[in-house]
Design a protein. Structure first.
Length: 163
């Protein structure tokens, strides 16, 4: 699962880190680009030295650039990290977006609740945290089954702590 509960330095706190799936490693990117480049230019070898190469080469280079641009953009968009920190009295959520902007949400743990919307949200089984007068999304980039599991985890850990 692309989320993980961890213990923090403080004994009374725990942390949940969420991140989107990233199926292509940098090595995989190099292999895909190299294979595409190689397989695209093998047929062009037969027309090297003729005038035809200059008619086809720009389109081949545009196709290579399009693949490179699309894969890099997809990788950049997947650079999202959400960190939920829970203490005995406090809930803090930080979302680090791909462009570097940072969004934060704080709430008293007693008032924090997890909500799930099976339909009507931007994705099926949309999970939010509610408290402190606001409602914020969490884990919208996860798969549907992962959001269901996340919701169950959040309900379990956000139960009020007996004094």
């Amino acid at each position: 699962m692309p989320y993980d509960w961890t213990k923090t330095d403080s004994p009374d706190a725990q942390e949940l880190q969420l991140w989107p799936h990233q199926s292509m490693t940098p090595g995989g990117f190099a292999i895909v680009m190299g294979a595409t480049l190689g397989l695209m230019f093998v047929p062009l070898l037969s027309i090297v030295g003729t005038v035809l190469i200059w008619g086809i080469l720009p389109f081949a280079l545009i196709a290579i650039w399009g693949l490179w641009f699309g894969l890099r953009r997809s990788n950049r968009n997947a650079q999202v990290l959400e960190i939920l920190t829970l203490t005995d009295t406090h809930v803090h959520l930080v979302r680090q977006n791909p462009k570097g902007e940072r969004k934060e949400w704080d709430c008293n743990r007693y008032w924090a609740t997890a909500e799930m919307y099976p339909s009507g949200g931007p994705v099926p089984h949309y999970v939010t945290l509610r408290g402190g007068g606001r409602e914020v999304e969490i884990g919208a980039f996860l798969s549907e089954d992962e959001r269901k599991a996340l919701y169950e985890d959040l309900k379990r850990v956000l139960r009020p702590i007996a004094a």
